[in-house]
Design a protein around this ligand. Structure first.
Ligand code: IPE
Ligand code: IPE
Ligand code: MG
Length: 222
């Protein structure tokens, strides 16, 4: 099973408490470790977390650089434990424009954990669904490939071996996709939670999975 989460609402979580937005991001980042553990416990094989979109560059540089620092700090602090616990860390997105330190730690984290297979923790960083599709198209055309079907196309995505998400969760009450995994979510079951990301808990995840099990996925059939 693959669960993908749009971790939204950090800023509003902080604002409601009279705190700076970055405090919300700090709390949000702390949830990443928890949600990885809960997911592994629940037998989820792939967990994708949307951490920074290609559109998030529109935010003030202070906030953007804080988010990159959080990513770097998270990797530095958690990678050893994740390595021990069977977590394979992967990052999807564009390396272009990211600070060197971010790209270095991204590559290091992937290398360190590449032989783990309990759960794949896939962080979407500087990720945009349209860019992912465009990057695939560019590569395909540079290789002069003319015969192209769904399977060939898929093999040019950032993480081709990862099955499509069964579940997409978005916190914060917004009901949109915001350029997340556009190709892969064609038949995903969507769940929109009112809570802000820093308040997301294990019960929320379990409830979504219970509800998912009751849904009837038809994939176009009857
Ligand atoms: C989600 O929280 C985290 C990122 C987009 C990096 P937001 O920062 O979008 O929080 P809100 O939506 O402003 O409350
Ligand atoms: C989506 O949240 C991106 C991430 C959670 C990383 P945003 O807060 O950027 O989305 P919009 O702007 O509300 O659509
Ligand atoms: Mg938001």
């Amino acid at each position: 099973m693959h669960v993908a989460i749009i971790m939204d609402g950090n800023g509003r979580w902080a604002k409601e408490r009279g705190l700076p937005r970055i405090e919300g991001h700090r709390r949000g980042a702390m949830k990443v470790e928890d949600v990885t553990e809960w997911s592994a416990d629940l037998g989820i094989r792939y967990l994708t977390l949307y951490a920074f979109s290609t559109e998030n560059w529109k935010r003030p540089w202070d906030e953007v650089s804080f988010l990159f620092n959080l990513f770097v700090e998270f990797m530095k602090k958690k990678i050893r434990k994740m390595k021990r616990e069977g977590v394979r860390v992967r990052v999807i997105g564009r390396k272009e424009k990211l600070p060197d330190e971010v790209v270095n730690i991204w590559e290091w984290a992937e290398e360190e954990t590449k032989s783990n297979d309990k759960i794949d923790l896939i962080i979407a960083l500087n990720y945009g669904g349209r860019y992912e599709i465009l990057d695939a198209v560019r590569k395909i055309s540079s290789e002069n490939i003319t015969e192209i079907d769904e399977d060939t196309f898929r093999s040019y995505l950032y993480a081709p071996d990862v099955p499509d998400p069964d579940i997409v969760i978005r916190t914060s009450g917004e009901m949109r996709i915001s350029n997340f995994l556009l190709w892969q979510i064609a038949y995903s079951e969507l769940f929109f939670l009112k809570k802000y990301w820093p308040d997301f808990n294990r019960e929320d995840l379990e409830r979504v999975i219970d509800e998912f099990r009751k849904r009837h996925r038809r994939f176009g059939g009857i």
